[in-house]
Design a protein around this ligand. Structure first.
Ligand SMILES: Nc1ncnc2c1ncn2[C@@H]1O[C@H](COP(=O)(O)OP(=O)(O)O)[C@@H](O)[C@H]1O
Ligand SMILES: [Mg+2]
Length: 233
């Protein structure tokens, strides 16, 4: 079975009410280990909802989701948070760094949750920051860094636990195109060098072009799913 296997996934907000929204309307999808996939679609098409389900941040209304052969769509909160901590690193448009912590401390956070000892986690966090080109910024606070640097800290945080899957929701949305390119370059490098499975969610076709496979979603349904070179972006 694939790393990620969705079968007829529905996410329906306010089901049966007047303001019902079918944010995911029967999504069937499989993604293998080591793939670099972008998920594109207009605003409101269901991209973030899909990422929330894939990332075990939210449960689908109906349908089955197997992650690593385990039925994630039926897990309880503890099981879901375990999956989130161990299997998946998250990157968001707004970086989501803690302002009162410096870069190193931000990257150490998920390791603290995993109970990694102080010395070891400082070493791992430093290595992760070096990998994203911020070895000389470990004691900078978010307010002392550019947007691109903050996003690289967020990537370092996402990879510090060694999670095999990275999920990025509009990671370049707040960055200029040159800085955005650098961030995408880091994702590509992680994919190539470490075999990280990368799911890149974006409304921007140019950003989506960084991936090897492109999935387009419209009104909560997959309308295109093909290799990067088969679609004009
Ligand atoms: N918590 C919610 N309650 C009700 N409707 C929601 C909720 N979250 C998202 N939606 C709706 O679901 C649809 C898909 O939203 P979303 O997944 O955020 O799209 P995208 O990320 O592609 O912009 C939209 O119509 C949005 O308004
Ligand atoms: Mg969104």
């Amino acid at each position: 079975m694939s790393l990620i296997q969705l079968e007829q996934i529905y996410k329906i907000y306010n089901e049966g009410k007047e303001n019902e929204v079918r944010a995911l309307n029967g999504v069937t999808l499989s993604i293998g280990r080591g793939e670099f996939v972008s998920i594109i679609g207009a605003s409101g098409s269901g991209k973030s909802t899909l990422m929330n389900v894939l990332g075990c941040l939210d449960l689908p209304t109906r349908g089955s989701y197997h992650l690593n052969g385990k039925l994630a769509s039926r897990m309880n909160d503890d099981e879901l948070s375990h999956i989130r901590n161990v299997e998946i690193g998250f990157i968001f448009q707004g970086y989501n760094l803690i302002p009162a912590l410096d870069a190193l401390e931000n990257v150490e956070l998920p390791l603290i949750y995993q109970g990694v000892g102080a010395e070891k986690r400082a070493r791992i966090a430093r290595e992760a920051l070096e990998r994203v080109g911020l070895g000389d910024r470990v004691h900078n606070y978010p307010s002392q860094m550019s947007g691109g640097q903050q996003q690289r800290v967020a990537i370092a945080r996402a990879i510090s636990t060694g999670a095999p899957i990275l999920m990025a929701d509009e990671p370049t949305g707040a960055l200029d195109s040159k800085t955005g390119e650098q961030v995408l370059g880091i994702l590509r490098q992680l994919h190539k060098e470490q075999g990280t499975t990368v799911l890149l969610i974006t409304h921007d076709n140019k950003v989506a072009a960084a991936a090897e496979r492109v999935i387009r979603i419209a009104d909560g349904q997959i309308v295109v799913d093909c290799p990067r070179e088969e679609i004009a972006l």
